[in-house]
Design a protein around this ligand. Structure first.
Ligand code: ADP
Ligand code: MG
Length: 242
């Protein structure tokens, strides 16, 4: 479980997050939805420790991550898998090397073990025989899959996906969503997906949070969502000026 309490984050004078609270449960996909610039990526980065919030606390399984020093964070960082916005693959490395890079950072595996693990993860995301290709040789959907393969390399307990559907056609989007849901159930991990796209990923999220101007505008289960005015939420979050 991940618990986020009263997160505040500014860049210079610009207040980007002004008091976010949330609980993300294990074995489920939680969604953070909001318009462009609403602070979604910033929130994700505050949770995983890539940004330091000015105020607020983040707990992983009741342990306060925000109170830990670099060394203390390592065991939790090993349990975090992250799919970055735009996949963030290293262009100068092959697909296999991109995944091995993560294993190099966190494990003492032998070279052949790392290669086996990388190929196991690639197979899991239906990317057989791509290990020697470079990111520039892949389609957008394939890059996302490599990003996901890298995110599961360490068998994550926590999985974060920033805009997993951006730039994908609707059919590929659905496949990526299904893959994220399957992996969440397989690893029983706490999964948080950030998106600006109401239609995609809606099917996989059990907890949904709408972010607007750095604040939580609405939260609930997908069941609650059925009983609320989705169109009104959608219009408010996406049509009003930021
Ligand atoms: P989203 O992911 O919802 O589109 P972001 O979290 O990326 O939004 O950004 C929210 C706001 O914070 C934007 O106005 C963006 O310009 C600003 N911002 C994000 N990261 C930085 C940064 N490193 N430095 C300065 N401003 C930033
Ligand atoms: Mg973003």
């Amino acid at each position: 479980m991940i618990e986020v309490q009263d997160i505040h984050k500014s860049f210079g004078d610009k207040k980007v997050l002004t008091g976010i609270d949330a609980i993300f449960e294990p074995g489920k996909v939680s969604l953070i939805i909001g318009g462009s610039g609403s602070g979604k990526s910033t929130l994700l980065k505050c949770i995983v420790g890539l940004h330091r919030p000015e105020q607020g606390r983040v707990f992983f399984n009741k342990q306060e991550f925000t109170a830990m020093d670099f060394e203390e964070k390592v065991p939790i960082r090993k349990e975090i898998g992250m799919l970055f916005q735009n996949s963030a693959l290293f262009d100068s490395m092959t697909v296999e090397q991109n995944i091995i890079f993560t294993l190099d950072m966190f494990t003492e595996m032998s070279k052949s073990e790392k290669r086996d693990r990388a190929n196991f993860c690639l197979e899991r995301v239906n990317l057989m025989n791509t290990n020697k290709l470079y990111p520039s040789e892949l389609s957008g959907g394939m890059k996302k899959r490599v990003g996901i393969a890298r995110a599961i390399a360490m068998s994550p307990k926590y999985l974060f996906c920033d805009e997993p559907n951006s730039g994908l056609d609707p059919a590929t989007s659905i496949l990526i969503d299904e893959l994220i849901l399957e992996l969440t159930q397989e690893y029983e991990c706490t999964t948080v997906v950030v998106t600006h796209d109401m239609n995609s990923v809606m099917g996989i999220g059990e907890y949904i949070m709408f972010l607007h101007k750095g604040q939580k505008f609405w939260e609930g289960s997908n069941q609650d969502m059925l009983h609320s005015d989705v169109q009104e939420l959608n219009d408010f979050v996406f049509a009003s000026p930021l």
